[in-house]
Design a protein around this ligand. Structure first.
Ligand code: 8HG
Length: 300
């Protein structure tokens, strides 16, 4: 467990004695798209239909606009606070080559986000850049998500499958998702069908989440727009499948930089990473992604 105790004060929760928790590392390491840094360095974000603000104060973390009950039901899990990241880092640091990336992103935690939101978000992420992905997700939430108020500003929850079913493909495209609109429309339709007897298992994200890591990786690829990389991101960031090893251009460069010959396939890099890091592959991947992207590493 990576904290000592929590105290509820005036619509906020103070988490005392927090370890392995840096706001920038968590929110800017590529795993989430709905968090924004404020001028005072706090982050405001929307998750699970709520808007919260997070502040780091020495060894404490304060979550504003919440209470103890909500913390126990949502945020404890969302921030993965019951996991001991020191022991994960200790094991991974036995690999000298990974040490530098871990030291750089020492406060990363893998968030447990909502599967439906992540399915749509990572379909949008394919061949896309993070600022564009964020903008498209924000447009979709503004258009079909529920309104939330915080400190006089309006925020928007990510729409539910039912809410998003009201959107036509053209309307989704107008949110800035490009050619991925048809994949999103098709995936929303399939996920809504998972409530029928016929498609109960095939398209049900909760069912898919219950499968083994490899089963889950395979099952997610039934949806159009989800290939191996996107499936790895969804299962790692919303289904607690930590043997996932998403290989995008940054992880590819990092793996080439630290470990491999330059001309290997994405599949080979994935297999190599998973063999090397096993059950901790997803964590290793996140330190590498953050290090490579923030330092703009390139491979000759
Ligand atoms: O956290 C991420 N890990 C990996 N491996 N890839 C990611 C993450 N986040 C993210 O957006 N991507 C992908 O990288 C999606 C997109 O192809 C590209 C954006 O830089």
């Amino acid at each position: 467990m990576d904290f000592n105790k929590i105290i509820e004060i005036d619509n906020s929760v103070v988490i005392e004695g927090v370890k392995n928790f840096e706001l920038a590392h968590i929110f800017d390491c590529g795993q989430c798209f709905r968090w924004n840094r404020q001028e005072n360095k706090n982050y405001i974000g929307v998750a699970f239909g709520k808007v919260i603000e997070v502040e780091k104060k020495g060894d404490d973390v304060v979550i504003y606009n919440t209470n103890e009950k909500e913390f126990n039901e949502i945020w404890l899990d969302y921030f993965d606070l019951c996991r001991d990241y020191s022991s994960i880092k200790e094991v991974l640091k036995e690999d000298e080559l990974l040490r530098q990336s871990i030291e750089f992103g020492h406060g990363i935690r893998i968030l447990k986000q909502e599967p439906f939101e992540l399915v749509i978000s990572f379909i949008i992420s394919a061949n896309n850049r993070i600022p564009m992905i964020k903008r498209a997700i924000d447009n979709i939430s503004r258009r079909w998500g529920r309104e939330l108020e915080y400190k006089g500003n309006t925020y928007y929850a990510f729409p539910t499958p039912e809410e998003l079913a009201k959107a036509s493909m053209e309307e989704i495209e107008a949110c800035g998702v490009g050619f991925r609109a048809k994949y999103i429309a098709d995936t929303v339709e399939k996920i809504n069908k998972s409530r029928t007897e016929e498609y109960k298992q095939e398209y049900d994200l909760n069912y898919i989440k219950e499968q083994s890591d490899d089963g889950c990786h395979e099952a997610l690829q039934i949806f159009n727009g989800i290939g191996p990389k996107v499936a790895d991101c969804i299962m790692l960031f919303s289904m607690s499948k930590h043997s996932a090893f998403p290989v995008d251009v940054w992880v590819k460069r990092a793996m080439q930089h630290f470990y491999l010959a330059p001309d290997v396939s994405l599949k080979k890099i994935r297999d190599f990473g998973r063999n090397k890091f096993g059950e901790l592959s997803g964590f290793a991947q996140q330190y590498l992604f953050y290090y490579a992207r923030e330092n703009n590493i390139s491979v000759e």
